[in-house]
Design a protein around this ligand. Structure first.
Ligand SMILES: O=C(CO)COP(=O)(O)O
Length: 254
């Protein structure tokens, strides 16, 4: 059985004191890691504070991006070594907003995914089609290509630990959710792609999240689907009570 993983992506929100307060407020209510992985993906400036606040609790810490090099002349960037140093557990890679606004490509996504494993970070690799691609029936081909390129060159052991977040771009922040059937269909294809590239064993281990207007009202239905193992959540992860409801749904899903 794959362990559910609920990850909040705060994006560019909250001041440092607000972020720390959020973690302090939720940390005693977060269920044990044996039942569900609960991850808070915060802007870099929050990380030292929330990492400290989460220590010895079941809240895992995630970053929203990183560079693939360990150090060097890359003004404004943060390295995997720096995240490892702050005991970060997860890192979101290839979010559609980074692909769209910050020149993230399949190639850099692949480099970052590999770099994550070299630094004890688990990658949450984001894939997803635009509305135009969906309307042109290109979803499966496009998303399959993104997955293949992102995972290229990983060992079986690494591939098993990757978290893939399927986030249709048209459902992000729009209030439009893919129906659970639509979401599951693509997640199933993603698992097939992993099976072809690796093995059944790997594909059965890899966790696939859905993301795009996930909220307490729709999480149970989404998590009830055969190939959806969790959620990557933007807006609804910013409020303590909503986030805890999502985590609770993850705890009780199977
Ligand atoms: O992009 C997302 C999470 O990474 C989804 O954002 P929303 O949950 O706000 O639609």
């Amino acid at each position: 059985m794959r362990k559910p993983i609920i990850a909040g992506n705060w994006k560019m929100n909250k001041l440092v004191a607000e972020g720390a307060r959020f973690v302090v407020d939720i940390r005693e209510k977060v269920p044990p890691n044996e039942e569900v992985d609960t991850v808070v993906c915060a802007p870099f400036v929050h990380i030292p504070f929330i990492s400290e606040a989460a220590r010895a609790y079941h809240v895992k810490i995630g970053a929203q991006n990183m560079h693939y090099e360990e150090s060097g002349a890359f003004t404004g960037e943060v390295s995997p070594t720096m995240l490892e140093d702050l005991l970060v557990d997860y890192v979101i890679i290839g979010h559609s907003e980074r692909r769209q606004y910050f020149n993230e490509t399949d190639e850099t996504v692949n480099k970052k995914t590999k770099a994550a494993f070299e630094h004890n970070l688990l990658p949450i690799v984001c894939v997803g089609e635009s509305l135009e691609q969906r309307e042109n029936n290109e979803t499966v081909d496009f998303v399959s290509g993104q997955v293949k390129k992102a995972l290229d060159g990983l060992s079986d052991e690494q591939a098993k630990q990757v978290v893939i977040a399927y986030e249709p771009i048209w459902a992000i922040g729009t209030g439009k959710t893919a129906t659970s059937e639509e979401a599951n269909e693509v997640c199933k294809h993603i698992r097939e792609v992993v099976k072809e590239a690796y093995s059944e064993d790997v594909s059965e281990a890899v966790r696939i999240q859905y993301g795009g207007s996930v909220k307490p009202e729709n999480i149970e239905e989404l998590l009830g689907m055969s190939d959806i193992d969790g959620a990557l959540v933007g807006g609804a992860s910013l409020k303590e009570d909503a986030f805890l409801k999502l985590v609770e749904a993850g705890q009780h899903v199977r």
